[in-house]
Design a protein around this ligand. Structure first.
Ligand SMILES: Nc1ncnc2c1ncn2[C@@H]1O[C@H](COP(=O)(O)OP(=O)(O)OP(=O)(O)O)[C@@H](O)[C@H]1O
Ligand code: SF4
Ligand SMILES: [Mg+2]
Length: 328
């Protein structure tokens, strides 16, 4: 790896704005999102449905299409400005230096090809190696994600594998070229809890061993609390709180993060009803002036009708007029 690559963070996102032209008018799905992920680190990107997590992922890998557009901001993968690249150059980066794992593995897998055929194609798209070498790399990738009898699995079709195995194959494909960055968009939500746990543990190990930086997108704070190094909490297209995972979980400063934590099972006695954040995710086409969380926030004041400032608490930061203080 070149010195310049080594010195740059694996992923550096600055001021990303992505808009959609809809019948209800233009809306900003990603509104000035910035974060960086160093090599081998895992960032949990958390928020309710519609908060802009997937659009952030698609914007990073250059897969936002009409009626959407990345209108400003910078995305650097190992220092390379993704938005300055031509479409073919972006395609070369995708799958090679930056890869995405989707919630549904069939977004990656082709149902009419064997796992081996599609993995070999994925290898050969970015590496000049023999077919035998491509097969061997595919087999090793399956082994890495904990797939038993990988040589046999290469001869299988996707429908012959369980959902958990299919998702592992999709992750193996994302890992084939040891990318600098993997964006994993809720890849385990459809799986049962024990399989989720195994996959999460493997992702942690891979990040540690290969230095791949991971953006783990989820609506489930409990999932990232054990997996991520850092957490960014998204609401209505903005990052409203960020910081080291343990700090954000132990001392959330944004009323929305507090609400998310209170609605995680385990904080209540068995049988007790989980508290929910009142109200629902706002329509992006119709946001209140100032802080978008106002209609649901117990701490709101008249001040909240103006843009909230950033407050820093050590390495944690929060976008709010009235952040929560730590109760001693
Ligand atoms: N193709 C599209 N056309 C118009 N608006 C869109 C489109 N895709 C996304 N949006 C807008 O962007 C918002 C954010 O969508 P996104 O898919 O990123 O949410 P998310 O946080 O990934 O939610 P989920 O947890 O349900 O996957 C949506 O609420 C919607 O308003
Ligand atoms: S800025 Fe105001 S409305 Fe928004 S989260 Fe903070 S206290 Fe609540
Ligand atoms: Mg999504």
């Amino acid at each position: 790896m070149s010195a310049a690559r080594e010195a740059s963070p694996a992923l550096d996102v600055r001021g990303l704005v992505t808009r959609f032209d809809t019948r209800a008018g233009p809306l900003t799905a990603v509104n000035g999102v910035s974060f960086r992920v160093e090599r081998g680190r895992i960032l949990g990107l958390v928020g309710e449905s519609g908060s802009g997590k997937s659009v952030t992922g698609f914007s990073i890998i250059g897969l936002v299409d009409e009626p959407g557009e990345v209108s400003s901001g910078e995305v650097r993968v190992e220092g390379v400005d993704m938005r300055a690249l031509s479409k073919p150059e972006q395609r070369r980066m995708r799958g090679n230096r930056v890869a995405m794992v989707f919630q549904d593995p069939m977004m990656t897998l082709n149902p009419v090809l064997t796992i081996g055929d599609q993995m070999r194609m994925a290898v050969l798209a970015h590496a000049r190696v023999s077919k035998a070498e491509a097969t061997e790399r595919s087999r090793r990738a399956l082994e890495t994600v904990g797939i038993p009898s990988p040589a046999e699995r290469l001869r299988a079709y996707p429908h012959q594998l369980s959902g958990g195995m299919r998702q592992r194959v999709a992750i193996a494909i994302a890992l084939l070229h040891k990318p600098a960055v993997i964006i994993a968009d809720e890849p385990t939500t459809a799986l049962d809890v024990s399989i989720q746990g195994q996959i999460l543990a493997e992702i942690r190990r891979l990040a540690d061993e290969t230095g791949t930086a991971v953006v783990w997108i989820t609506h489930d704070l409990a999932v990232v609390s054990s997996l991520a190094d850092d957490i960014c909490v998204m609401y209505a297209g903005r990052i409203v709180e960020r910081g080291p995972a343990e700090a954000v979980i132990a001392t959330p400063r944004h009323p929305y993060t507090r609400g998310l934590i209170d609605s995680v099972p385990g904080e209540t006695e068995p049988g007790e009803r989980l508290p929910q954040i009142p109200g629902s995710t706002p329509s992006l086409a119709n946001l209140p002036k100032g802080c978008p969380f106002q209609p649901r926030c117990v701490r709101r004041s008249d001040q909240c009708r103006s843009e909230p400032p950033i407050h820093e608490f050590g390495s944690q930061s929060v976008l709010c007029h009235h952040p929560l203080e730590v109760v001693a």
